[in-house]
Design a protein around this ligand. Structure first.
Ligand code: PRP
Ligand code: URA
Length: 211
């Protein structure tokens, strides 16, 4: 599969095992989702553009690098995507945050949009759409369509998940082949209820204690 980056790192694998474990409670689950998001963001942000800037060190004038262009936008898909935001902002503290509220209708498994609020000038910004779970891909595709409708450029959008199902990756590729997907794990499959297997259960419920 192309355009999918499974970020392999011992710290990520260790942390992922903890959040997959059904015995892990809300507090630890929440902390570790953020820790994994922080580690993923380090990889995802590798290609952020830089520009030259002349500064004076205590010794000499020197040409150095700083991030170029408008601030990055982190776009969590509510609710579960919110669990990744603080981890990413630890690395990119000046990033803006746009929100897309979607839930999966329990009968159709199709996403229903209930809230959208974005920063301005989306057309000039790099967007990281974040959701711990890429299951059928319906929510990811709906969130991407939503930011595209509001001016974001497809080449400036990346999707970051913690666990992805092959079915969701395929669906997202079919809908938007150019979008790069970053994930900590490409799992085995979806079950009949469209849950990821082995997965980690319902990410929103485990983050917010609404089981
Ligand atoms: C979950 C998850 C994703 C979506 C993934 O959200 O957080 O947003 O399902 O599934 P998909 O790839 O099949 O669309 P859910 O609808 O349970 O809402 P919540 O985050 O508010 O709990
Ligand atoms: N949403 C979740 O939270 N978990 C899954 O396994 C699938 C969708």
């Amino acid at each position: 599969m192309k355009n999918i980056h499974v970020i392999e790192h011992p710290l990520i694998e260790h942390k992922l095992t903890i959040i997959r474990d059904k015995e892990t409670g809300t507090k630890d689950f929440r902390e570790i989702v953020n820790e994994i998001a922080r580690l993923l963001a380090y990889e995802v942000s590798r290609d952020l553009p830089l520009e030259d800037v002349v500064i004076e060190t205590p010794l000499v004038k020197s040409t150095e690098k700083k991030l170029a262009g408008k601030k990055v936008v982190v776009v969590p898909i509510l609710r579960a995507g919110l669990g990744m935001v603080d981890g990413i902002l630890d690395l990119i503290p000046a990033a803006r945050v746009g929100h897309v509220g979607l839930y999966r209708d329990e009968k159709t498994m199709k996403p229903v949009e209930y809230f959208v609020k974005m920063p301005n000038n989306l057309e000039d910004r790099q967007l990281y759409i974040v959701d711990p779970m890429l299951a059928t891909g319906g929510s990811a595709i709906a969130a991407i369509d939503s930011v595209l409708e509001r001016g974001a450029k497809i080449e400036n959008i990346k999707f970051i998940s913690i666990v992805a199902a092959p079915e969701g990756v395929e669906a997202l590729h079919d809908a938007h082949p150019e979008i790069e997907i970053y994930t900590a794990s490409l799992d085995e499959k979806l079950n009949d209820d469209a849950y990821i297997v082995p997965g980690l259960g319902d990410a929103g419920d485990r983050l917010y204690g609404t089981l």
